[in-house]
Design a protein around this ligand. Structure first.
Ligand code: ADP
Ligand code: MG
Length: 258
């Protein structure tokens, strides 16, 4: 199972929207896909229509108790897409695990039992704390959503530093799969300027696909379905399908069949 952390410590940059729709697009191409909601806000869970009643077991249990991956997984309405939901309990994990052994490797250990899936996306919270570190330790690579707005690159060096530290201490093979520009507004010159700057600064690591600002993407979660189901022909959905194609092309060859 290929594991990809969707991370950026800034809030509101499109991590969850990217996690949900990319996971859906990957599932649509035939990949058995697992999405782990690692944000106490549980937006990915809500956006996939998983009610609080269905969050009996959650990512909190995976990190803090002897809960098997299979016990915490719920099926979604999307064929081939399963979810480990999140609850607010997650916000206490940092304190609960203080001093406990291997607290940075909890998720990594749990995911070792994930042979049922081809690919796993981890939707990280907006911080660089223990939850995101668990995701980075568990991941093969990181996908960084970057909002195409002024200050897009601000904070990126902190994220890269954290990735570097995790690589040095725990996970030498951790790579950056790519940077995805999100909420791109074609009518706004600033978006184009920011996109140019980001490409000049980061080069090929930036995906060619740009996710447009599209109201369908923000409406879909309130209906409890991915945009790809809510309106599969809207520009946002098409962009995520294109991003999934690019992503698959970047993955190590036989691991995932395109
Ligand atoms: P994060 O998980 O990084 O906090 P979200 O994915 O939750 O970010 O996005 C923040 C807000 O912006 C949400 O309300 C979401 O619906 C909206 N949003 C995200 N991407 C887009 C987009 N491309 N176009 C329009 N709205 C978007
Ligand atoms: Mg989020």
């Amino acid at each position: 199972m290929i594991r990809i952390a969707v991370a950026n410590q800034k809030g509101g940059v499109g991590k969850t929207t990217t996690s949900i729709n990319l996971a859906t697009a990957l599932a649509a191409t035939g990949q058995r896909t697992l999405l782990i909601d690692l944000d106490p806000q549980g937006n990915a869970s809500t956006g996939l229509g998983v009610s609080h009643a269905e969050r009996d077991r959650s990512s909190y249990d995976l990190l803090t108790r002897e809960c098997a991956l299979g016990e915490a997984v719920v099926a979604t309405r999307v064929p081939r897409l399963d979810l480990v939901p999140a609850t607010v309990d997650l916000s206490g994990v940092e304190i609960e695990l203080v001093g406990s052994e291997a607290r940075t490797h909890r998720l990594d250990h749990v995911l070792a039992t994930g042979d049922r899936w081809d690919v796993c996306l981890i939707d990280c919270p907006p911080s660089l704390g223990l939850l995101t570190v668990n995701a980075l330790v568990a991941a093969d690579s990181v996908l960084v959503p970057l909002q195409a707005e002024f200050f897009a690159l601000e904070g990126l060096s902190q994220l890269l530093q954290t990735i570097e530290r995790v690589r040095a201490r725990f996970n030498p093979d951790l790579s950056i799969l790519g940077v995805a520009l999100t909420m791109y507004d074609r009518r706004n010159n600033l978006s184009a300027q920011v996109a140019d700057d980001v490409r000049a600064c980061l080069g090929n690591v930036v995906f060619d696909t740009v996710i447009p600002r599209n109201v369908r993407l923000s409406e879909a979660p309130s209906h409890g379905v991915p945009a790809l189901i809510y309106d599969h022909r809207c520009p946002g959905s098409e962009a995520y399908i294109s991003l999934a194609r690019e992503l698959i092309a970047r993955l190590p060859a036989p691991a995932v069949a395109a």
